[in-house]
Design a protein around this ligand. Structure first.
Ligand code: BG6
Length: 278
């Protein structure tokens, strides 16, 4: 069942529930901010004090970083691009089978986007809500010239406690440490006892998030980069819409095309970044 809902301030979202899972998606940013399988804990973390407000990114869920990941060289432009704060169109939904529903959202260039990024484009997000969560982000070049994008499905995973978390699948992978801007090599699995902000490259296998009582697998397609981020204590106090101690309850594992894995899209061509979470 699909229901159109809004917060008292008219911030609109869609709620979808089937026999496998329940999810909520805001039209601003096509931002999935809840995904819960029947009988299980939330898969996604959402800040208790997140904004649900026009032009402000939701803190948690799956922000879409597009058409650039991270800072822009032009410091006046927003970090992680404009897709997460733009109003998307809800195109359609389809009940593929009992317990599997797809929803399609679209963002097309407009006067505002052309002012900050001078290309005509179509961006589509197809979300499959089933026992597995699948997100397919398709970028199409509608312009006469090629463009280059970097992007991420910036997933905040809900965890029991960050000290219980181990991330597998990135051992022996090179990464860019965004705290020092040095290139490093991952030695073994990843665990957390301080701030981590890294862009892994050459990622070619599933990533596994091992928590106290569960394991979540992340399979990325058309992507060879992944971002691992936890702000830890001090940075949390400087982040918008994050309560003290929030860092204990999430880790971001972002399915990306970032830095060396940025993609050039020729006119009339598309590129689809896919993340499957199961
Ligand atoms: C991560 C970056 O992807 O997003 C971090 O690697 C950044 O450096 C984080 O702090 C959150 O960004 P924002 O813009 O949502 O506060």
């Amino acid at each position: 069942m699909i229901t159109h809902k809004k917060f008292p301030n008219d911030f609109v979202y869609i709620e979808i529930e089937n026999s496998s899972a329940k999810a909520k998606i805001a039209l601003q940013g096509a931002h999935l901010f809840e995904y819960k399988r029947v009988g299980e804990e939330d898969i996604l973390w959402l800040s208790e004090i997140s904004d649900f407000e026009k032009d402000k990114a939701i803190r948690g869920g799956v922000p879409i970083c597009w058409p650039w990941f991270g800072f822009n060289e032009d410091k006046n432009l927003p970090q992680h691009g404009f897709a997460r704060t733009s109003m998307w169109e809800f195109v359609s939904s389809d009940e593929v089978s009992k317990g599997e529903t797809t929803l399609l959202f679209r963002l097309v260039h407009n006067e505002q986007t052309l002012k900050i990024w001078a290309y005509k484009f179509e961006l589509e997000l197809k979300i499959t809500i089933s026992k597995e969560l699948k997100m397919e982000l398709k970028s199409t070049n509608l312009d006469k010239k090629a463009f280059k994008i970097s992007q991420a499905l910036h997933t905040y995973f809900n965890v029991s406690h960050i000290s219980e978390v181990v991330i597998k699948g990135l051992g022996k992978k090179p990464y860019l440490d965004a705290l020092t801007w040095q290139k490093e090599m991952q030695d073994g699995d990843i665990s957390f006892d301080s701030e981590v902000d890294r862009v892994y490259q050459e990622v070619d296998t599933n990533i596994v998030l091992v928590d106290k009582n569960r394991e979540i697998k992340i399979k990325n397609t058309n992507s060879s980069s992944a971002v691992i981020w936890n702000p830890w204590i001090e940075k949390t106090s400087r982040m918008s819409a994050m309560k003290e101690g929030a860092y204990e309850h999430f880790v971001c594992i972002e399915s990306a095309n970032a830095f060396d894995d940025s993609r050039v899209i020729e006119p009339k061509k598309s590129h689809t970044l896919i993340a499957q979470i199961f």
